[in-house]
Design a protein around this ligand. Structure first.
Ligand SMILES: [Zn+2]
Length: 398
C-alpha cells in the first residue's frame, strides 16, 4: 500500500503542480520548498474557493534522492497437471518503508507459509490442475512498479490466461477480518471463510465472527489504485481478491511498524497470520483445482446494477432468483415500471436476515442519504444566491 487517501487543499495542489507563486524548485531539481496555507475543508465543501474553519502556515521541504536501481520480482511456480496455461496468482510485495513488520512482511510471512503448506502437499503427491504462481513484488511503495511493469510486459498473456489474482499486502494490522473482491468471487470468499477457524474465538469460523462484527458480510469493492491488485485488475481485467486482518493501524509507514509492535499489539500470538494463510491458501486451491471455476456471474451482474438508478435496480431485483419467493409482499407491484424506490425499500426491508441483500440495502440507503445531503446543500446555496441578489437589487434601488 503506498499512501493514504486524503483531502488535498487547492493551495497544496497548485503548489505541487508548480503554478503557485510560493512554490520554489531548487536548481538541482532535488529539493522542493513549499510555503503553504493549509485549510481544513469539510468534504461537502471540497471545491476550489470554498473554505471551512481557519488555517495555519506550514513550510515543508522535500529532499528527494534521484537514482536508478534494479528491482527484483520473485516467482514460485507450481505447474498445473490439466490446464498448465491457466494461472492462479497469489501476490504480495516485499519492499517496506522502514521495518515493515505489518506492511508488507505480515503478508510475506503468510505467503511463505502457504508455500510451505503446498510443498508438504506436493511431497504427498498433490499437483494442482491449473498452474499456481506465488508472486513477491518489488518496489510497491514507489508506485506498484514491480507488479505494474510485469503486467505491462505480459499484458496479453495475463489478460487471457489468469484465472484470478489474490492479493495480500498488510496481512495483519489488528483484529477483525476484512476482504475486498470483484463480485464474481464473493460466494467463493464466503464459502472459504466458513471453513477456516476464527483466530480470536475458539468455537467460531471466520465467517461467524465476520457476521457478528459487521452484522452483514461486507465485501468491499477493489477501486483503490494503491495496491498490487490495481494493475492486474484494472489493466489486465483479472478477477481479484484482497484480504487483511484489522485496518488503519496507527504505525503505518513509520519506524514503529516493527516486530515489537506486532508482538505487542497487532497479533501477539500470530494466530491471525495463520487465519489469513488458511483463507488465502484455500481460495487458491479452489481456483486451481475445482473442475468448474467457482465464479458467480449472476451475483456479479446484480452488484453491477447497483451502480445504475434505483429504478433499474428494482427491475433487476424482480428477476433476481433469490428474491422471487418474497415478491408477494403487499407493498410491491409486479410491474417493474411501478417499482419506486419506496417500494424497493420495503422489498429490501423484508430481507434483513439475508446478508447479501441486507448489504445491498445498506448501500442503497447510503446512496439515497448522499443524494439528500447534496440536494440540501444545493438548496442552501440557491437560497444564499437569491438572498445576495435581493440585497444587491435593494442597494441599487437606493
Ligand atoms: Zn504495502
Amino acid at each position: 500500500m503506498t499512501g493514504r487517501r486524503g483531502f488535498v487543499g487547492p493551495e497544496l495542489t497548485e503548489a505541487l503542480y508548480g503554478s503557485h507563486p510560493t512554490a520554489a524548485l531548487c536548481p538541482s531539481g532535488e529539493t522542493l520548498t513549499l510555503n503553504l496555507t493549509l485549510a481544513f475543508v469539510p468534504a461537502i465543501d471540497a471545491r476550489p474557493g470554498r473554505r471551512g474553519f481557519g488555517g495555519s502556515e506550514l513550510t515543508e521541504a522535500l529532499y528527494v534522492e534521484k537514482k536508478i536501481a534494479t528491482i527484483h520480482n520473485v516467482f514460485a511456480i507450481i505447474r498445473g497437471s490439466e490446464e498448465p496455461d491457466r494461472y492462479v496468482l497469489l501476490g504480495n510485495h516485499r519492499d517496506a518503508w522502514t521495518y515493515g513488520a505489518v506492511d508488507p512482511n505480515s503478508g510475506t510471512a503468510v505467503l511463505l507459509d502457504i508455500a510451505r503448506r503446498y510443498a508438504l502437499m506436493m511431497r504427498q503427491g498433490w499437483q494442482p490442475q491449473r498452474t499456481i504462481v506465488l508472486c513477491s513484488w518489488d518496489a510497491d511503495e514507489f508506485g506498484m512498479i514491480g507488479s505494474t511493469e510485469w503486467v505491462e510486459q505480459n499484458l496479453l498473456n495475463l489478460g487471457s490466461k489468469v484465472v484470478a489474482y489474490l492479493n495480500v499486502d498488510c496481512a495483519v494490522q489488528g483484529p477483525g477480518f476484512f476482504a475486498g473482491a470483484t463480485p464474481q468471487l464473493d460466494n467463493l470468499l464466503i464459502e472459504v471463510a466458513k471453513k477456516v477457524q476464527d483466530p480470536d474465538s475458539e468455537s467460531m469460523t471466520i465467517y461467524d465472527n465476520w457476521m457478528i462484527t459487521n452484522k452483514v458480510i461486507n465485501i468491499q469493492r477493489l477501486s483503490g489504485v494503491d495496491y498490487d491488485f490495481a494493475p492486474l485488475l484494472q489493466h489486465a481485467g483479472v478477477p481479484s481478491v484482497d484480504l487483511y486482518y484489522g485496518r488503519d493501524f496507527p504505525v503505518y509507514h513509520t519506524a514503529f511498524d516493527s516486530y515489537n509492535w506486532m508482538t505487542n499489539h497487532g497479533d501477539p500470538l500470530f494466530q491471525r497470520h495463520v487465519a489469513v494463510a488458511g483463507v488465502w491458501g484455500l481460495l487458491a486451491l479452489h481456483l486451481a483445482d475445482d473442475p468448474i471455476l467457482p465464479f458467480n456471474y449472476v451475483l456479479h451482474r446484480t452488484i453491477m446494477e447497483l451502480h445504475k438508478s434505483p429504478t433499474q435496480l428494482g427491475e433487476r431485483l424482480l428477476d433476481f432468483a433469490i428474491l422471487r419467493p418474497y415478491l408477494q409482499h403487499p407493498a410491491i407491484s409486479h410491474d417493474p415500471a411501478t417499482v419506486t424506490s419506496k417500494g424497493l425499500q420495503s422489498i429490501l426491508a423484508g430481507f434483513e436476515l439475508i446478508p447479501r441483500v441486507r448489504s445491498l440495502q445498506l448501500e442503497l440507503k447510503s446512496r439515497i442519504e448522499e443524494f439528500e445531503k447534496l440536494d440540501k446543500f444545493h438548496m442552501e446555496q440557491m437560497e444564499e444566491e437569491v438572498t445576495a441578489r435581493n440585497a444587491h437589487t435593494s442597494t441599487e434601488s437606493w
